[in-house]
Design a protein around this ligand. Structure first.
Ligand code: HEC
Length: 148
């Protein structure tokens, strides 16, 4: 009987791992293997891509320059985070910025920021790199750890 319970428990735990960790594999990118926790060097192309994603998804609230003054910001309290302020932004790890994007501001108690689960993989890396470029002179690398 006890063995049965152990088997069921490990089966459920296993499902959990698959559900959390295995969801991101769209397309199984041939380049770069599947290592999930490595710093990625930031290239100009990546920053350009990041800016495109930022323009489409973040500018309405965070503003074109990231200062938190987009057209939808006026009605938000608290206002969207100023991404140009290093004092505010350097408190957040790259992974945390990525998680905020994917899961929304609710994880930090700001339900007004929506989740964008469709931004992931290379796009998420590029976006986080661009966000860093708003408060850093140079962005050398981004490390989303195990976030995909
Ligand atoms: C509907 C408006 C809205 C949109 C769209 C939006 N945000 Fe936000 N964002 C907010 C608000 C409101 C906050 C909370 C204010 C704060 O953090 O001080 C916030 C906070 C943040 C924070 C700080 C979170 C923390 O833990 O302090 C980050 C990082 C961020 N946004 C990034 C982004 C990125 C990147 C995008 C585009 C993918 C985006 N946001 C899209 C409104 C928005």
């Amino acid at each position: 009987m006890r063995t049965m319970i152990v088997i069921i428990v490990s089966f459920v735990a296993c499902l959990g791992v698959v559900a959390c960790g295995g969801g991101g594999g769209d397309g199984g990118d041939a380049t770069g293997g599947s290592s999930t926790s490595a710093a990625v060097n930031v290239t100009p192309a990546m920053l350009e891509r990041g800016q495109e994603i930022y323009t489409m998804n973040c500018v309405p609230c965070h503003g074109p320059g990231g200062k938190g003054d987009g057209p939808s910001a006026a009605t938000l309290n608290p206002p969207p985070r100023d991404h140009t302020d290093p004092a505010l932004m350097e408190n957040l790890t790259d992974k945390r910025v990525g998680q905020t994007v994917q899961q929304g501001g609710l994880i930090s108690g700001y339900p007004n920021m929506p989740s964008s689960p469709h931004i992931r993989g290379d796009d998420l890396v590029a976006l986080v790199a661009f966000v860093r470029s708003l408060h850093r002179d140079t962005v050398e690398s981004v490390d989303l750890e195990d976030l995909q």
